[in-house]
Ligand binder design. Structure first.
Ligand code: ATP
Ligand code: HSE
Length: 314
């Protein structure tokens, strides 16, 4: 038995829902923007890391979060009295680390889903999602599901404060194009959280609640203009944009090129922007390639919402 699982990139926060909203995305040209984990039976437990961004990860397998996923998954199997096998794991690291694209979430989700498939699904989806949250909390220092939930389940996910539910699928705008521009520099999620204020004013609190509630209402009514007018980040962007060279200029430029909204994807440095037509998205992508990239590791992808989430691939 050999199983390979792909887990897609995601936009954490979607600007309007800090830590509580996330959207999975997939390039329109068929590029696999995400990580792939393969599991097969073996004499001993091993982890092989390949792919474009493999050299950006710690060399020792014990430092790799896919290895931590194996240990966590095995403990969950033992708790259910399921016999644990030894496995060869392979991670195809296609996602840049510290990119704001949910790179660690991609590895966590691909690993846990692949292991669960390998064992023919001993753990429920709810149990898997909790393990994914636990992994993300260890990595970033606080429990937030806004990357792992959309990466696992696909679509636009709203985290709810109920441990039995965790996340709700929100209607998305499936005809929109999302341009993801990764400038090729790294922003560590933990560090990007530490620069945020520990307290916000009443004015900021009201703006946050009103924007998010209006966005969710407009999403249910499929009112695109109202929904994207609410993509305003009062929690993180004002403080994090100083970490992102050229972000403000790029936001203004894509607005002139017809973007419905733009913001920081997750904790950055990737910028996302939203368009009604493919032509507008491609024009903005060209501008961003020429002006927003900071190194030759950077890239720009025109995407749509990924409505599937983690999936088995050949
Ligand atoms: N398979 C892995 N994928 C990603 N990061 C890993 C992996 N294994 C170990 N790490 C380490 O975990 C940390 C992840 O850091 P960070 O949370 O900033 O990245 P990220 O989740 O990729 O960010 P983002 O969500 O913004 O894309 C890094 O120190 C990285 O070296
Ligand atoms: N909600 C998290 C996402 C990290 O990708 C943050 O913005 O810190």
């Amino acid at each position: 038995m050999k199983v390979s699982v792909f887990a897609p990139a995601s936009i954490g926060n979607v600007s309007v829902g800090f830590d509580v909203l996330g959207l999975a995305v997939t390039p329109v040209d068929g590029t696999l923007l995400g990580d792939v984990v393969t599991v097969e039976e073996s004499q001993i437990d091993t982890l092989d890391v390949v792919g474009e961004f493999a050299d950006k990860l710690p060399k020792e397998k014990e430092q790799n979060i896919v290895w931590h996923c194996l240990l966590l998954f095995n403990a969950a199997l033992k708790a259910q009295a399921v016999e644990v096998k030894t496995v060869a794991l392979s991670l195809d690291k296609k996602m840049p680390v510290g990119s704001g694209l949910g790179s660690s979430a991609c590895s966590v989700v691909a690993a846990l889903v692949a292991l669960n498939e390998f064992y023919q699904k001993p753990l429920s989806s709810e149990h898997l999602l909790k393990l994914m949250g636990e992994m993300e909390a260890n990595i970033s220092g606080s429990l937030h599901y806004d990357n792992v939930a959309p990466c696992f389940l696909g679509g636009l996910q709203l985290m709810v404060p109920d441990e039995q539910v965790i996340t709700r699928d929100i209607p998305l705008f499936s005809d929109c194009y999302y341009v993801m521009a990764y400038p090729g520099i790294t922003v560590n999620t933990k560090a990007a959280r530490e620069i945020l204020p520990s307290q916000y004013s009443r004015e900021q609190l009201i703006a946050f609640g009103q924007n998010l509630a209006t966005f969710i209402d407009a999403s249910y009514r499929q009112d695109k203009a109202m929904a994207f007018a609410m993509i305003k980040d009062v929690v993180a962007e004002p403080y994090r944009k100083s970490l992102l060279p050229g972000f403000e200029q790029a936001k203004q430029a894509v607005s002139k090129l017809g973007s419905l909204a733009a913001g920081i994807s997750g904790s950055g440095p990737t910028m996302f922007s939203v368009y009604e037509t493919l032509e507008q998205a491609e024009t903005a992508a060209t501008w961003l390639k020429q002006n927003y990239l900071q190194s030759d590791q950077g890239f720009v992808h025109v995407c749509k919402a990924d409505e599937v989430g983690a999936r088995i691939i050949d």
